[in-house]
Ligand binder design. Structure first.
Ligand code: PGA
Length: 243
């Protein structure tokens, strides 16, 4: 089970350090079967790595560029992340797709570069409300997952995780039902055999019922990851699921 905190554009370096210390203390006795990572803003990655050094909690970035270096103002490469001790990254979050022009093609290039740099990679997929209403959810997932699958080297799936994040459930308080999540995860799993996390309004109150589903192998948590109490409770709910 993998539980990842996606902080988006929240928390300064100082706030990051405070959170990481609290989380470290809270999760000191967490079951070893649960892996926890935080994904701070670029400016706080360094501080998070330092604050969590020697703990079981990992630090991932929220995005990565596909080139090693070059004239790409405002971008960050995989090598830059690796050098400061970051061990993974999110890719193709729906906010990147919707607000910053991420396409299946650019998502695939990022996944390819991240895997090549040996970064753990959580690639996000998910349909919008309109797509689900139109009965296109599976077609959208298939297109998104196949674009990612095309760049995964043979035998190179060990570093890859998919996050199923229905866009209609992100930050809306509207969570997919465990049945909807299970169905989408099983569908994704048939296309690409890697662990699948669920994301979209995961909270302490609904985490356990999601984690009980066989195909839900963790969560990508936004809003509820900003406080140690709620994020800690979600990690504990994951630890309580019999493996
Ligand atoms: P949310 O965000 O938990 O606030 O819905 C999840 C995400 O965007 O990864």
């Amino acid at each position: 089970m993998l539980i990842a905190a996606n902080w988006k554009m929240h928390k300064t370096g100082r706030e990051t350090v405070r959170f990481c210390r609290e989380l470290r203390d809270r999760l000191a006795k967490l079951d070893a079967g649960v892996e926890v990572v935080v994904c701070p803003a670029y400016t706080s990655l360094d501080e998070a790595v330092e604050a969590l050094f020697g703990t079981q909690i990992g630090v991932f970035a929220q995005n990565v560029h596909w080139e090693d270096h070059g004239a790409y103002t405002g971008e960050i490469s995989a090598g830059m992340l690796v050098e400061i001790g970051v061990t993974g990254t999110l890719v193709s979050h729906s906010e990147r797709r919707q607000l910053f022009g991420e396409t299946d093609e650019t998502a695939a290039k990022r996944v390819e570069a991240a895997l090549k740099a040996r970064l753990r990679t959580i690639a996000c997929v998910g349909e919008t409300d309109a797509e689900r209403e139109a009965g296109e959810a599976e077609a959208v997932l298939e297109r998104q997952v196949k674009a990612i699958r095309a760049v995964v080297p043979k035998g190179g799936t060990d570093l890859l995780t998919i996050a199923y994040e229905p866009v209609w459930a992100i930050g809306t308080g509207k969570t997919a039902t465990p049945e909807q999540a299970e169905e989408a995860h099983a569908f994704i799993r048939k296309l690409l055999d890697v662990p699948v996390l669920y994301g979209g309004s995961v909270k302490p109150g609904n985490a356990a019922e999601l984690f009980e589903r066989a195909h839900v192998e963790g969560a990508l948590v936004g809003g509820a990851s900003l406080e140690t109490d709620s994020f800690g409770a979600i990690c504990e709910a994951a630890a309580a699921v019999p493996s």
